[in-house]
Design a protein around this ligand. Structure first.
Ligand code: URA
Length: 285
């Protein structure tokens, strides 16, 4: 098979999966359409430079069907729900045993992240566990987690619908910002999680998550509310829930309102990207 045929096959698998998962439209760059049109009937020649590479992340399967989907050699990998669970558990075990950086020495529990592994609408990514998470072994269960849960609920989801993870899997002492080398040591775990979970959208919570995953020095204030991509996945950067809580504890009502409005605007963009309408606000929110 030529490189071109492999790519077409991988793409066809990926589109079939998206359809199975309920996606009804996909974005295609005009350059790709032009390249496809120009290439029809000329399958053997090398790819034109203008055509972006196919998604590096694997195509994935819908919930287990009668027979597991077959991955063709050379085509992208297909994972069942059970395989995803197993692979995530293996990552969690490796993160648990990891001694690459100093964070291992002082943390209690490793916090790999948790949630729906089957191509959830959203994967939220924060910075690193805090004291509550370090005790519980679960991401975003403290005060910031409580606010994140409210955000998730306001979007019309439960925590079980989506996936939550962090850049670092171990708590930095005193909740300090993780050092660049600690983030670099831990990022392979998150990258693997993303490849396995295949979220439809990633929401990055705060500057550390943005710097870590996107490898950029552009700050959260500039990035917040602006779409970008990671490995082909739409990424929406926004403020960390702790940033909002800070305004609350300072009694800064105007700052609180502004931060909440900006974050909610970003989350509404996420819902629009997913083709979902904004749920009616509940009285309890
Ligand atoms: N802050 C984070 O960034 N992650 C958590 O899990 C908790 C608080």
């Amino acid at each position: 098979m030529s490189e071109w045929t492999d790519i077409i096959d991988g793409l066809a698998d990926h589109l079939a999966l998206l359809k199975e998962l309920g996606t009804r439209s996909v974005e295609v760059e005009p350059a790709v359409i032009r390249a496809l049109a120009a290439r029809s009937g000329a399958a053997a020649a090398p790819l034109p430079a203008a055509v972006p590479a196919p998604p590096a992340r694997p195509a994935v399967a819908a919930p287990p069907a009668a027979a597991p989907p077959v991955a063709r050699p050379g085509a992208t990998r297909v994972l069942t729900l059970d395989q995803r669970r197993q692979e995530l558990a293996a990552i969690a075990a490796r993160a648990e045993a990891c001694e690459t950086c100093v964070l291992r020495r002082q943390r209690n529990r490793c916090v790999p992240g948790q949630g729906n592994p089957l191509s959830p609408d959203v994967m939220f990514i924060g910075e690193a566990p805090g004291a509550d998470e370090d005790r519980a072994g679960e991401a975003f269960v403290g005060a910031a987690g409580h606010l994140l849960t409210k955000m998730i609920t306001a979007m019309g989801y439960t925590r079980d619908d989506i996936f939550i993870a962090n850049i670092c899997k171990c708590r930095p002492p005193g909740n300090r910002t993780p050092a660049p080398e600690e983030m670099q040591a831990c990022l392979p775990f998150l990258r693997e999680q993303i490849r396995i979970v295949q979220p439809k959208v990633i929401v990055l919570l705060g500057g550390t998550a943005i710097r870590g995953l996107l490898d950029t020095q552009v700050g959260v204030t500039r990035m917040q509310g602006q779409w970008t991509r990671y490995d082909g996945i739409p990424v929406m950067p926004t403020y960390h829930p702790a940033y909002i809580l800070r305004f609350e504890s300072l009694g800064d009502a105007a700052g609180l309102k502004r931060a909440k409005t900006e974050v909610w605007h970003a989350l509404k963009l996420v819902l629009a990207q997913l083709g979902r309408s904004v749920p009616k606000p509940s009285n309890k929110a």
